[in-house]
Write a protein that binds this ligand. Structure first.
Ligand SMILES: NC(=O)C1=CN([C@@H]2O[C@H](COP(=O)(O)OP(=O)(O)OC[C@H]3O[C@@H](n4cnc5c(N)ncnc54)[C@H](OP(=O)(O)O)[C@@H]3O)[C@@H](O)[C@H]2O)C=CC1
Ligand SMILES: O=C([O-])C1=[NH+]CCC1
Length: 369
């Protein structure tokens, strides 16, 4: 949602403290351009690490431990044109270290409303296929306190979650302890739409000195060319090439991102080299169609939340080894598959807690400014 005129909505953007007073009637509206100005990769990745830990703890075990509660999201289909998702969630006792320090604990009650209309890219002018709005409620009273544009948040939080997954699941190299040397890895971006683009930016910005080459593939060439131009200007030291097929794109890659609406597998296990980490993002309501089934069968597979597993990932349920948050929190060690290529897969779906934590992070920064 990009509403320019907040008076039109009869909302006030007075930077009130969000205190518990009954007179606190104002609803803060944070529009897309303000959200954009407040986003950076350090804050987003830090917030998503906290969110993933809260997701993996679904009951309150102590006064201080992060936890969350959520129901499966709902899907309301608008004929065959698109779908509206509702994503409610509550996260408690989590920190936003880089924004409010490690002592301040946050609780957030939120609901994201997000539409997915894949035909939007064909409009003239094109608009994003995924459009979102996040409602933030006072978690002590239930009263609405902010409406935060969720389109940029959805893009950034998805890529930031993939960065966290890459940090913890990519076993070939400890990306957490970079020593400043060029590591010389290859990144493959399969699908150069909104998600492919933001993932390329997230990976290259957050892991400097790691990737020396990026291979891009997109069904229609013009989007790959556009992204190549953008990346060349931002990262002149990195080699950026366009691959002729999705299989050629992943050949030789160390880290792969898939971000398409493809209902058919884009590559198989035989197309990958050993020790590859894959962030599988796309394919909308059919989340696991981008990768061939033999990849899931012989890889260590992690997801954001078991809640979505039951309803949205039935087809690969038996191959899932855990939640990323369980690894981050040290509750589980990375599962290794004997006699395998040692491939790790982060199967992304998107999760309500990530949206609530991100919207609160933006709200905290907006109120401070
Ligand atoms: N996991 C998560 O949290 C999230 C997942 N998503 C999902 O990620 C995917 C991409 O979203 P987004 O980047 O916003 O969408 P965009 O519309 O910006 O991009 C869609 C991409 O998919 C490609 N594509 C579409 N159909 C096919 C096909 N049959 N075969 C190969 N490529 C195809 C498009 O190619 P072309 O340019 O040729 O049309 C384009 O590269 C969607 O499935 C979306 O639902 C989105 C947000 C969050
Ligand atoms: O989590 C999310 O916002 C979405 N996942 C797929 C489409 C939108």
């Amino acid at each position: 949602m990009n509403i320019q005129d907040q008076k039109h909505l009869n909302l006030q953007s007075d930077k009130s403290t969000g205190s518990l007073s009954n007179q606190d009637d104002d609803v803060t509206f944070i529009k897309e351009s303000s959200v954009k100005n407040l986003l950076n990769w350090t804050d987003c990745v830090d917030a998503m690490e906290s969110a993933l830990v809260a997701i993996s703890n679904t009951s309150q075990k102590s006064d201080s431990e992060p936890f969350s509660s959520q129901t499966p999201r709902t899907f309301t289909f608008a004929g065959n044109k698109g779908v509206l998702l509702t994503m409610p969630g509550y996260a408690s006792n989590y920190t936003l270290n880089s924004v409010t320090g490690s002592d301040k604990k946050h609780s957030t009650l939120s609901c994201k409303l997000v539409t997915s209309f894949s035909g939007n890219s064909q409009l003239n002018p094109a608009i994003p296929g995924i459009l979102g709005t996040i409602l933030l409620f006072n978690s002590d009273t239930g009263k609405l306190k902010a409406i935060v544009d969720g389109t940029e948040i959805t893009a950034w939080r998805t890529a930031a979650v993939s960065v966290v997954a890459t940090k913890y699941l990519y076993c070939d190299m400890n990306l957490k302890n970079l020593d400043g040397n060029i590591v010389g890895k290859e990144l493959a971006i399969v699908g150069c739409g909104t998600q492919g683009r933001i993932h390329a930016l997230a990976m290259l910005n957050y892991f400097p000195n790691v990737f020396i080459k990026v291979k891009l593939w997109n069904r229609s060439l013009n989007r790959a060319e556009k992204l190549k131009k953008e990346l060349n200007a931002l990262f002149p030291e990195i080699i950026i090439v366009i691959a002729d097929s999705s299989i050629l794109c992943v050949a030789g890659a160390d880290c792969v991102v898939t971000a398409t609406n493809s209902s058919q597998p884009l590559f198989e296990l035989k197309d990958l080299k050993e020790n590859v980490h894959i962030n599988a993002i796309g394919a909308g309501t059919n989340h696991h169609s981008e990768l061939a089934m033999d990849i899931y069968q012989s890889s260590s597979v992690y997801i954001e939340s078991y809640i979505g597993l039951e309803t949205e990932l039935k087809g690969i349920k038996e191959y899932v080894n855990g939640e990323v948050g369980e690894i981050v929190a040290g509750k589980k060690f990375l599962h290794k598959i004997e006699n395998s290529k040692n491939v790790t897969v982060f199967q992304s779906m998107g999760n309500a807690i990530e949206d609530g934590v991100m919207a609160n992070m933006i709200y905290q920064k907006f109120m401070k400014n």
